[in-house]
Design a protein. Sequence first.
Length: 402
Amino acid sequence: MLTYQQAIDHILRAVRSLPSVEMPLTEALGMVLAEPVDALWDLPPADNSAMDGYAFVFAGQGVGDELKVAGFVPAGAPFSGSPGKEEAVKIMTGAPLPSGCDTVVPVEETTVEGDRIRLNGAPRKGQHVRHRGEEFGRGETLLEAGTPLYSGEMGLLAAGGVTTVRVHPAPRVALLSTGDELVELGSAPGPGQIVNSNYHLLAARLRESGCIVVSLGIARDDPAELAARIARGLECDMLISTGGVSVGDRDYVQEILREHGFELGFWRVGIKPGKPVLFGTARGTLVFGLPGNPAASAATFELFARPALRRLAGHPDPLPPRLRVTLTAAVNGGEKRQRFLWGTLHERGGRYLFTPSARQGSGQNRSIQGAQALLPVPGDSPEIASGTEMEVMLLRLPPGGS
Ligand code: AMP
Ligand code: MG
């Protein structure tokens, strides 16, 4: 049986980023740039004032000196004249500097008397001026390939005049739930039935990470029904099924996949939860068969499917970030397989504390709720004492992150 490390290495070798597409900047939120992006112009476009105040030609003026106010320049309207030696032009933040002016004195540092101002302090030559191209110049690279586009990147590219970008598109992911016992949310479960909660967990995880979800609904444990839905799923970039990959009498998923050209990457990994996980490709689509137990499907999604999705979406580093933490509770030993424990993070005195969720059973929905990280615990580990420093895999940014 593969280890976690062997399995993830296998996945990352098998997955390439989706071919890039050109799209409007406004639609590319969360996507990753496929090529560098350059500014179309200088910013600022001209020397301008960093303050509301008065612009003038510096000539060694000091405290008490007076200047005649020769005009007014608001933001967005250049001033046509050029003030003389003893003159100043009232100027608003962001307004272009009148020709010849090189210095700005803020309103707060002046006293107005009629059409004149008196300087309350001694200005420095060039103060409060933002220079043309100071932030970036035309043709300058604003962002490199591989950069994800979040709010800060959106603002920067817009400022540089970039209207379209070449990005890796959002992966389209088909979700298939399998099991005779499942009913959709909203239908009352009959005897022996449960709600298809895995769909809601995984669809939410996928949407949180910017993927497009295609629901294939519930397939009964019936070869014909599975086949029809799997065929539809193979039109997406990734097919994720839950349930039906163990060794039970009605675990048909792998068999039906094979009829659709499935090439096995691996089946079963020596981990807990999630041992029966299945990975491979069929007709160019990545296929993950996740176990049906909620915490096992969620864990295998985080451990295996999410890095594959990040790679598809062009992220240069698809693996989850790691964080050093201190355990707030002991972790029992005596488990052969490598474990991944759900838990929460708290910051105390500059260190992160990790509290394992009280319920770790693979059948438990509660273990996942609120979890911020997974703690890998090596197989055959002895008991690990509370207070021990370890490394966790971050599922979302720690408290205080943005
Ligand atoms: P399986 O992997 O098909 O043997 O399913 C293992 C366990 O997970 C069973 O108890 C199932 O009832 C449960 N299960 C399977 N699919 C789902 C689902 N979509 N939502 C919630 N529980 C599920
Ligand atoms: Mg099943």
